[in-house]
Design a protein around this ligand. Structure first.
Ligand SMILES: [Zn+2]
Length: 80
């Protein structure tokens, strides 16, 4: 369970989102989302909201992880 990396996104919010990398199985926690952002992320499949509209302040590599399930490190190994 030491396979967790915390990624600080913003200091404003209090919610965090856990996400597992599909490739390396590392569990990441993205902290600092507002409850609104958290809800939007959670219900994204239902609402169809775009990830860049929900968390525009997050780096593209991390937003990509929500879409592809692949962390930036693995992404760079595969496509970088
Ligand atoms: Zn990975």
């Amino acid at each position: 369970m030491s396979n967790t990396k915390k990624v600080k996104v913003t200091k404003n919010g209090k919610c965090s989102v856990s996400i597992n990398c599909f490739s390396c199985q590392t569990r990441y926690e993205l902290c600092g989302f507002s409850s609104k952002q958290n809800d939007d992320l959670y219900y994204r499949d239902i609402t169809g909201k775009k990830i860049q509209d929900i968390i525009p302040e997050v780096d593209k590599g991390w937003r990509e992880m929500f879409i592809s399930g692949i962390c930036p490190e693995c992404w760079n190994k595969m496509f970088g």
